[in-house]
Every structure is written in C-alpha cells, then in structure tokens.
Ligand binder design. Structure first.
Ligand code: F6P
Length: 314
C-alpha cells in the first residue's frame, strides 16, 4: 500500500516488494487508494500484469490518499475484516510517518504486523537520512532553478523560488547549495535580512546583476522576501512557487536503487518476525528502527550541510 503524499520511487518499491515477497513464498496483494482503499476493500492479488511497466513511472500507480476515516475504530475494523477475508496477515506501507502511525494503530488494534518504507519528498522522517522521492524532487528543482537563472540573468532580476518540504528545509537547503543561490531561508536556520542586504549591496557594487533566493515553504517567507528585494534592494523581483511539479517525474536511478534496497529490507523484516519496523538508511548503512523510535524523535538535518548553508541566510 502507498499512503500520504506520493513520491517518485514508490512504483519501483511496489514492484520490488511484490517480486521479492513472491520469491520468499508470500502471496502478495495490492491495496489501491491508500488507507481509503484499505477501508473500501480496494485490495487485489498482485499478479504479474498489474505490476509490469510501472518502474519508470512517477507517482504511485496504486494511487494514494489521506483518510480521516482511518482514525475511527469502526472503519479500521472494516479494513481488518477486508484483510482477514483474504488471509492477509502482514502489510508493507510505503509513505511518511503519518502513514506509519496509522498502521501502528492498526497493529495495536488487531495485531497485523507491518513494515514501513520511508517515501516523501520532504525527507523529514527521523532515523533515516533518505526517503524515496527526494533525489527525483531535487533534480526537478535543479532543472527549474537552472531555467529561472537564464531569465534572471537576462533581465537582471531577483527571483524567489519557493520549494516544498512542509516544515522541513532539506529540499531548499540542498537545492540552494547545488544551484549556487545567493539566499536560502529554511525553518532550521535563523536569518538576518539586514546582513543579507549588506552582503548583496557589496556584491552589486562588484557587478552582481541578478539574485536567486530559495525559500522553504515552511518559513512562509516567500512573499515577504520578494517584497523586501523590491523595496529594500531596489530590484525587479519575481516569485516562483514551484508547487506540485516537485512531486512528479520519472524516478531517478538513485530513487530506483534505493527503492529496491528498502523493499528487500521490508520483506526481510516481516520474514524475521519484526512487527513494526521502519526501513532506514543512516550514515551509509541500511537498517530498521521500531516505529516508536521513529515517531518519538524529530528529523534533524545534517549539521555539516546546515553549516554550509548558513552563510546564505545572513
Ligand atoms: O508531504 C509532501 C508534500 O508535497 C509537502 O511538501 C507539501 O507541503 C504537501 O505535501 C502538499 O500537500 P498536498 O499535495 O495535499 O497539497
């Protein structure tokens, strides 16, 4: 099952989970439409035809949802009966921590073990350095920023580019560093507009004609910063909100390979009898963490990357 915000890499993960599970002797099923489909019985055996030709596609061919009904025990009971009728005793969910929590509640209610594969462009799940879809989203952003730079230089303009990430600044930070932006505002770093202003003025004296600023949506600073660039920096400034384009696109090679590794890990965790393991990739090593450890701590951005990024906020 895929659940929550879709991300590139979900389709390769579904394919690998199905194929690897079958090799291990399981009969794999697919839940369409996320938690909503679990309640509404959108569950089908994963025959070969359903899972072919999906590897290169963005999003999730199983579709996804954020279901409020799943908070209600009556609907979870309905979901459990759907599984029971088919003899389904274990689940793999590909999504974010909201989806993991939902399945953990389901496990507490009915004892259905699950394994979680982290997949969200926000890269905000504690215990893992990587979530499926991040590399593809970063490449989509890079392509857009490169295009915006072309017009920014041609018109000597300032551009504020807002990127997704919910409360996490990872996408903005890595995008700013990899595209050579002049300004980066993220929730994890304090910023100082006076200092940024003094720095830009100095650079303008030495010939700077355009400015690129990458802003994480979680700061809510995109519009104020655009106004500030116009009013205080005296520049012709424009705001581009990249939006859902960041969630789409064919998964990159990195996302496909990570999907395979996480999927083999998830099936193996279930085979080993783990009941609520979340797949992790930490300091270059694949592993698992129990859900409680994932949800009880906050994701922290790599401090070395933050240090590199901090000059862009002052
Ligand atoms: O969690 C993924 C994400 O794309 C966030 O970056 C963003 O804030 C949110 O989902 C957008 O949600 P929706 O697709 O419901 O508008």
């Amino acid at each position: 099952m895929t659940s929550g915000g879709d991300s590139a890499g979900m389709n390769p993960a579904i394919k690998c989970c199905v194929e690897f599970a079958r090799k291990q002797g399981f009969i794999p099923y697919l839940v369409y439409d996320g938690l909503r489909g679990l309640i509404d019985d959108q569950i089908f055996e994963a025959d070969r035809e359903r899972c072919s030709g999906i590897l290169h596609r963005g999003g999730t061919f199983l579709r996804s949802s954020r279901s409020k009904r799943f908070f209600d025990i009556q609907f979870r009971q309905q979901a459990y009966e759907n599984l029971q009728r088919r003899g389904i005793g274990q689940m793999i969910v590909i999504g974010g921590d909201g989806s993991f929590n939902a399945l953990n509640q389901f496990y507490s209610d009915f004892g259905v073990p699950f394994a979680g594969i982290p997949a969200t462009i926000d890269n905000d799940i504690a215990g893992t350095d990587y979530c499926l879809g991040v590399d593809t989203a970063l490449n989509m952003i890079r392509q857009s920023v490169d295009s915006i730079r072309d017009t920014a230089t041609s018109f000597s303009r300032a551009f504020v580019i807002e990127v997704m990430g919910r409360h996490c600044g990872y996408l903005a930070m890595v995008s700013a560093l990899s595209s050579g932006a002049e300004i980066c505002l993220i929730p994890e770093l304090p910023y100082d507009l006076d200092k940024i202003g003094a720095r830009l003025m100095e650079e303008k004296k030495h010939g700077r004609s355009y400015v690129l600023a990458i802003v994480a949506e979680g700061t809510r600073m995109s519009e104020p910063l655009t106004r500030w660039l116009t009013d205080s920096m005296n520049m012709d400034a424009r705001l581009t909100v990249l939006g859902h384009v960041q969630r789409g696109g064919s998964p990159t090679v990195h996302d496909r390979i990570m999907a395979y590794k996480f999927s083999v890990g998830a099936v193996t965790a279930l085979l080993e009898g783990q009941t609520n393991a979340i797949m992790t990739y930490k300091d270059g090593t694949f592993g698992t963490l129990p859900i409680d450890q994932v949800t009880s701590s906050r994701y922290r951005i790599d401090p070395d990357l933050l240090k590199l990024c901090s000059p862009l906020a002052c």
